[in-house]
Every structure is written in C-alpha cells, then in structure tokens.
Write a protein that binds this ligand. Structure first.
Ligand code: PMP
Length: 365
C-alpha cells in the first residue's frame, strides 16, 4: 500500500484528516443534524415525474446558470424573509459546502486569510486549507456568544479577506444578532459570509441576515436545503448576495456543476416548501424538550436556535459518547472538552436519546 507521504501532495495537505462524521448503522443517528422525517409521499410522486421529465434530455448539459432553480430559491427567500430577493442575487451549488468552497476560491486563496469564530463549522477551516487560504480562529466568550467589541477589534487587526459568521452556530446553536453582523461588516474590507444553514429552526426573535443585504455588496448569506427542507441527500446549497458576488463566483464554478437531475429535484422540492417545512416545528419541539430535560439529569446545554443541542458537562465527553453509542444512540463528539452535540430527531428518537442519557449521565458527569 502506498502511503500519502509517498505521493507528491501539496504541502498544506500533509498530515491533514478529511472531514469525517462517523456514518454508523445504529438505531438512532443523531450526529449530523439531518431532518429525521422522510419526504412526504406527494413530493415523492412529483419527484418521480420531474426526474423522468429531464431524464430524456440527459444527453445534453444542464442549464449552466440554473436560472429556473435560482428563481424558485429567490421566491422562497422573498416569501419567508419579506426581503425582495431576485434571481440575480441568488447562486446555487452542490450543498452549501460547495457554495462556501466557491466563495473561498473567489475571495480567498494563496496570500489571503479567512477568519471564523470557533468553535464553529469544522468545514470552514478545512475548505480554507484546501483553497490555500490561511485560517485565523476568532474568539468567542466562554458561553460561546460573540463579544462584538472583541470581534471587531480582532477583525480590524487581522484584516481577513473572508470572515465567517455561522448563525445559528454549529456546534453550539448560538445565534448572532444583526447588530454584531453589521458591525463585523463595517470592520472588514473583506467578504462577510453568514452561514445560515440552520436558520429555519431559529426561535422567535432571531432574524436572518438577509435584511442586511441592501447596501452591503460584500455580505453573503449562505443557506441549504439539507436541514430544514430535509433534503441532505439532494446536495443543494445556495447563497444570496449582491449580483456582483453571484457574477464573481461564476469565475470559479465548474461548468454545468449542478446536474439536470439536481436542478429538477430541487425545484420539485421547492414546490412542496410548506409541507417540507412543516416538520420544522416538530423538530424544534424536540429540541426544546431535550433542553428542558437536561437539568433533571444533572446536565446543562447551550441555548439553541438550531435543530441540535450542545449538552454537557461530562468528565470525559468521549467516554459518554461511547456509552450512548453502546445504547444505540449516535451523537457527535465535536472535540469540545465536556460537551457533546445531539440532533433533535423525532419524538421516538428523542425518547431513546433521553432514556440512554438517563443511564449514562450519572456515571459520566
Ligand atoms: N454550514 C453549516 C453550519 C453546517 O453545519 C453544514 C452541514 N453540517 C453545512 C454548512 C453544509 O451543509 P450542506 O453542504 O449539506 O448544504
């Protein structure tokens, strides 16, 4: 077997590990923040029709600019945010991971720097690395909130080309208020990416950064159909930004990056938006149930605006993770000492999680 060291790898990739949330076949998979609900039957029927409709044309390349899909996404954003979002302000790719990669290919790169407030989504520094963009960890308070003055000062000092704010944040669930985002925008000359993968799960009062887009051409809001829409397997992410940003990412996107099948499936799903998003309230109810149940187990959590809960404290979080796994419940060890992250699933999954946690907590707190 040839080892990686024997290959002429780019130096910055040496010693790195790939993104690797365990994909284990256990009864309760609560580790990757997916929506637990399968697609509604009515959508399955429409998906079949939509895919059959494009199948005959698969000898041709897809619409390179995905205009019909981007128009539907713009309609969704306009309808749910109250902001006027037009197709020219929307771009789509294979998951928001690809959106983020295209942004770093466009605005990061060699001799450039990205900054994100850690702990946050682990792919931000990984994609920075793979695009040769230097990475700087931004500071958070001990309760995982962002201290706006400290954050602004750090951004002014580091002068990053790309700033990431994840709101609600993964893995903590912490939402970031619009004043902080606006202040960070003013503090940077770079592109500010607000990663809103979980925004549909936000509690009342938590607002999307979409409303900040007018007049801020370096602000990008990134979204996905993987979470609230329950379409993680589809791989469809998108962004809203100034039309110039949409033009700019087209300098790096591969031609025909979004297959005809993906575009058609995403459009069929968007036609069922209300049905798909109906699961969001059920998931939020389980999230809040987990939060409410923790104190009786001698545990605590971080306030969450997402479809998951960061919970602790454990003496040895990895041992607690293993003990839960031994009981058929897979949660995420995000590498934060004392903490684990659980995805809010169905009522039954939450039952199973809380039962297992009840057994595990006394010996692992
Ligand atoms: N952003 C955040 C904060 C995430 O947690 C995830 C997925 N875990 C993504 C982006 C990427 O999601 P996708 O590529 O499925 O759109």
């Amino acid at each position: 077997m040839t080892s990686l060291e024997e290959l002429p790898l780019r130096p910055e990739l040496r010693g790195k590990s790939p993104y690797g949330a365990p994909q284990l076949a256990v009864a309760h998979q609560l580790n990757t923040n997916e929506n637990p609900y399968p697609l509604p039957k009515s959508l399955l029927a429409d998906l079949g029709t939509a895919l059959a409709g494009v199948a005959a044309g698969l000898n041709r390349y897809p619409d390179r600019d995905a205009v019909a899909l981007r128009t539907d996404l713009a309609t969704y954003l306009t309808r749910t945010s109250g902001e006027q979002v037009v197709v020219e302000k929307v771009w789509a790719a294979n998951g928001s991971n690809e959106v983020l990669q295209q942004l770093l290919q466009t605005f990061g790169g060699a001799d450039r720097t990205a900054l994100g407030f850690t702990p946050s989504y682990s792919m931000h520094p990984i994609i920075a690395g793979s695009t040769s963009t230097a990475w700087v960890d931004g500071h958070r308070r001990a309760d995982f909130t962002i201290d706006v003055d400290a954050a602004v000062a750090q951004v002014r000092e580091v002068r990053p080309d790309v700033v990431f704010v994840t709101s609600p944040n993964n893995p903590t669930g912490t939402a970031v208020d619009l004043d902080t985002i606006a202040a960070l925008y003013d503090a940077t000359d770079g592109v500010l990416v607000v990663d809103e993968a979980y925004t549909e799960f936000a509690r009342t009062g938590t607002v999307s950064a979409l409303s900040l887009l007018p007049g801020r051409p370096r602000l990008v809001v990134s979204r996905t159909m993987s979470k609230a829409f329950g379409m993680a397997g589809l791989r469809l992410g998108y962004l809203a930004a100034d039309p110039a940003v949409v033009e700019a990412v087209q300098l790096v996107r591969l031609p025909y990056h979004l297959s005809s099948l993906t575009q058609a499936a995403a459009r069929a799903a968007l036609a069922h938006t209300d049905e798909l998003l109906a699961t969001v309230e059920a998931v939020k109810a389980q999230r809040d149930r987990i939060v409410a149940a923790l104190p009786a187990l001698g545990l605590t959590s971080v306030p969450s605006d997402a479809n998951f809960v960061l919970f602790g404290h454990f003496g040895d979080a990895h041992a607690a993770w293993q003990a839960l796994l031994d009981r058929g419940v897979l949660v995420r060890d995000v590498g934060l000492p004392g903490w684990l992250r659980v995805t809010a699933g169905t009522l039954e999954e939450t039952d199973a999680f809380l039962t297992a946690l009840g057994e595990v907590a006394p010996s692992h707190r």
